[in-house]
Design a protein around this ligand. Structure first.
Ligand code: FAD
Length: 472
């Protein structure tokens, strides 16, 4: 990078808005995918859309790669620079700009932490429905870029169902405002196209979110199983019999034990082979019908115990275990590889078994904690990245897991995106022509190819326009 560029950027951002010191750049070398690391040449922390626009004009003119970063909780290396370049963090853009309870929307800056908007509109009886388990840290901008999911997305849908408008700065500094005030807007659905674009189309600075009215009644239930297969089959049957819970989350025995030994302890029985955390929302009669129907199915599958949270405190405790499960896994090994695949919900038992067998064959420790209602498996492998042989086995197992899930009719990602982690697995699902078409779409948004290069689509050089051909 030419020495004049940091000086120009600093004159826009001031000392607070730029990190040049190497030690202070290290925290930006990776996200939650700990084995892919690259320290950026510079970190910029703009405080407004205009500051970001001015910086991008300079970086674009110099052809410097740019990686947007929310909170860095991503699990696929999306916010990790590939070969130096500049990381642009949104941490200083976290204001709530407007809450309109009558029209049920909020306008926020993209660096706002997910859970903060729900806290801010609680008094209005409204909430922001997408609730990734990382919601106390991850940002709305990162959620938009990855089309994030969460336990309650089973009922309410992933992020794309809750975004009404975006302000985006494109690679050359142009500002684009997209909104969907009408039910069926004319023209291409650019908003839909941007959501899930993993920082490769532009940087979102403002987001208009749909707010959802809180249900009259919420019931949280815990079904305790002597067997993981039965927990999976219970979920399959709940869906087949058309019951409508808002969340269906499975945790296996190793997860339960890690949670119970941690500060997130939720009172899950450590001798259980699996628990199914269920939430039901609606009017009192709707809830009672759902609870009775789901309990009958769980009993048919031989539950050891059935619990119903008696109040808000008990409800929060049951959820604290689920939301803290990944943190608790630090007790098992120093590193955690969180795989993210979607499989048909009729095949949950089969795929959980197959993924467990794969990890056992590679002598790896697997835990399962997943959005079962969506068929969104998270086979988690605990490992130590300092051990090269273990690292090799983790990657080989992850590849096999992906292959069996796709062979069973699944897809590459339920919610975490592709990033670096699954870039070289894209060929398992897409033809080279599909990927070439995707590169064409990226070119339309960012012809310079400086936005998050080297992610999602396998190419030889970062901003190449043709995908690499893999042997299928
Ligand atoms: C413990 C734990 C639990 C998790 N649970 C879930 C879960 O339940 N559901 C789920 O979906 N994910 C989950 N995740 C993954 C992660 O939290 C989500 O992918 C989240 O959306 C990332 O948000 P972030 O702000 O941390 O983004 P980052 O990790 O900083 O970035 C993610 C991607 O978004 C891009 N990006 C960031 N901000 C912007 C912006 N303003 N404009 C354009 N691009 C941008 C980045 O370049 C990158 O490609 C979990 C992660 C952890 C660590």
């Amino acid at each position: 990078m030419h020495t004049t560029i940091p000086r120009q950027l600093q004159s826009i951002l001031g000392d607070e808005g730029m990190i040049a010191d190497k030690n202070r750049r290290i925290p930006y070398e990776c996200d939650g995918l700990a084995f892919e690391r690259e320290i950026p040449d510079l970190v910029l922390l703009p405080a407004s859309t205009e500051e970001l626009q001015a910086c991008l004009r300079i970086l674009h003119a110099a052809g410097i790669p740019v990686v947007a970063r929310g909170a860095g909780t991503g699990l696929t290396g999306g916010a990790t620079p590939v070969k130096g370049g500049v990381v642009i963090g949104l941490a200083r853009m976290r204001k709530i700009l407007e809450i309109d309870p009558t029209n049920q929307f909020a306008r926020v800056e993209a660096g706002l932490v997910n859970v903060d908007i729900t806290h801010a509109c609680d008094d209005h009886g409204l909430f922001y429905a997408p609730d990734p388990s990382s919601q106390t840290a991850c940002t709305i901008g990162g959620n938009v870029a990855n089309n994030a999911g969460g336990p309650h997305c089973f009922k309410y849908g992933n992020t794309s169902r809750h975004i009404l408008g975006l302000k985006i700065v494109l690679s050359d500094g142009e500002i684009l405002e997209l909104s969907e005030p009408e039910l069926d807007p004319s023209g291409y659905d650019l908003l839909g196209l941007f959501i899930g674009s993993e920082g490769m189309f532009g940087i979102a600075t403002e987001v208009t979110l749909r707010l959802t009215p809180r249900a009259e009644v919420t019931e949280t239930l815990l079904a305790v199983f002597p067997d993981l297969d039965q927990a999976c089959d219970t979920v399959t049957d709940i869906i087949a019999e058309h019951w409508e819970p808002s969340a269906l989350e499975i945790m296996d025995q190793l997860t339960i034990q890690a949670v119970e030994a941690s500060v997130f302890s939720a009172g899950y029985p450590p001798d259980a082979k699996a628990v199914l955390l269920i939430e039901v929302e609606g009017s009192r009669p709707e809830c009672e019908a759902n609870v009775a129907g789901i309990e009958a199915i769980a009993k048919r599958h031989g539950i050891m115990e059935w619990r119903r949270a008696a109040n808000d405190k008990e409800r929060k405790k049951l959820w604290a275990g689920r939301k803290g499960a990944y943190g608790a896994m630090g007790r098992i090994a120093p590193d955690l590889y969180v795989s993210d695949v979607v499989v048909p919900r009729t095949k949950l038992r089969q795929l959980v078994r197959q993924t467990t067998d794969i990890c056992e064959r590679y002598d790896l420790k697997i835990t399962n904690v997943f959005h079962a209602g969506d068929g969104n498996l998270h086979p988690n492998i605990s490992y130590d990245r300092r051990d090269a042989d273990q690292m090799r086995r983790v990657l080989a197992a992850a590849d096999e897991i992906m292959r069996v899930c796709i062979d069973a009719g699944g897809t590459l990602s339920g919610e975490h995106g592709i990033g670096l982690e699954k870039r070289d697995q894209m060929h398992m699902y897409f033809e080279p022509e599909d990927m070439e078409a995707m590169l064409g779409v990226r070119d339309a948004w960012d012809p310079s190819g400086i936005m998050n290069p080297g992610k999602m689509i396998p190419v030889r050089a970062c901003n190449e326009h043709r995908p690499l051909r893999f042997k299928r």
